[in-house]
Design a binder for this molecule. Structure first.
Ligand code: ATP
Length: 295
């Protein structure tokens, strides 16, 4: 204790003589803010940014230890520009976060005890079978399709660009959605767990110059979504009938049903889903763990 007090004195901090209710409220508010910030970072592209920021921070710490004054001075001068750049790049995510604040769902999410109902659901063999069946059936008759299978990064901002659905997957439904000249055939379908959550979604187009020039916008959209998320996207070409998939910014064209099944199967072992929001869920998880270990 003396050791802690000494260090607090040295760092000009002091332990409060009494704790007021408002202090507890402040601590709770900060905890909630940090919690939501972490959830936001995990579910958006900001996660990639965070990794970049950590890398730069480590570099700066090393530069400070080694007294690389010139590098530190340049970084200091560039910091304002960097922050402005980040704000511009992440403008859609920041806007979405502020919109969510306005949607007043925060508190209900926080205390909801059944929010994570779907969390343990993984993409099942049945869903995989239906996806594969639909893709190759559409390929055979050259019906173009774009099916995004969400993983850990939630595709809410893209889901919102389409028409909301909440349907169990079946190959017949997918084939019907992408049928020419029907209201839902344009754009992408987004699949979350074992359900179709949205159709006619607009996806970001990839500007990767290395992509084959013959690939049109459907394929570019498939690659685009895989650059900004960890989703796996199945593409059926209207021109050739070939089935392809994109993942991690890469496209594999003309896959066999076996290869696609293998890829989809690997998603069954994905990490826990973002929807593990809500302090209640953290508490439930902790209680479960304690039950198991008998602590
Ligand atoms: N940004 C986008 N997000 C979602 N879907 C898109 C997007 N851009 C295009 N599409 C879909 O792709 C269709 C156009 O495909 P296009 O012919 O340009 O692509 P392609 O890659 O050559 O595919 P195909 O081999 O099927 O012709 C559109 O009708 C639309 O359904």
């Amino acid at each position: 204790m003396e050791f802690i007090k000494y260090h607090l004195r040295m760092t000009k901090f002091s332990l409060p003589s009494s704790i007021r209710v408002i202090d507890i409220v402040q601590i709770l508010l900060i905890a909630i803010f940090v919690y939501y910030l972490m959830v936001w970072i995990k579910n958006t592209r900001a996660y990639t940014l965070l990794k970049g920021v950590m890398f730069v921070s480590i570099f700066l710490i090393i530069a400070a230890i080694l007294r690389m004054d010139t590098i530190l001075w340049i970084c200091q001068q560039l910091s304002v520009v960097a922050i402005t750049g980040v704000l511009i790049i992440f403008q859609p995510e920041l806007r979405r976060a502020l919109e969510q604040l306005g949607e007043k769902k925060m508190f209900s999410n926080l205390i909801s005890f059944d929010n994570g109902k779907q969390v343990d659901e993984r993409i099942t063999d049945r869903t995989i079978g239906e996806l594969i069946h639909a893709a190759y059936a559409m390929g055979e008759v050259k019906t173009g399709a774009l099916i995004v299978v969400e993983q850990n990064i939630i595709l809410q901002e893209y889901e919102k660009t389409g028409i909301a659905m909440d349907s169990l997957i079946s190959s017949q439904l997918l084939i019907n959605i992408f049928e020419h000249n029907t209201p839902l055939h344009d754009g992408a379908v987004i699949v979350r767990n074992n359900r179709i959550v949205s159709a006619t979604c607009y996806l970001p187009l990839s500007d990767n110059l290395e992509l084959n020039k013959s690939l049109g916008t459907r394929h570019r959209a498939g690659v685009g979504i895989s650059e900004v998320s960890d989703a796996l996207t199945i593409i059926v070409s209207e021109e050739t009938g070939k089935v392809s998939y994109t993942y991690g910014g890469k496209i594999v064209i003309g896959v066999t049903p076996g290869a696609l099944r293998e890829r989809l199967n690997s998603m069954k072992t994905r990490k826990d889903h973002k929807e593990t929001t809500g302090l209640a869920r953290i508490w439930k998880g902790r209680a479960k763990h304690e039950e198991k270990t008998g602590e």
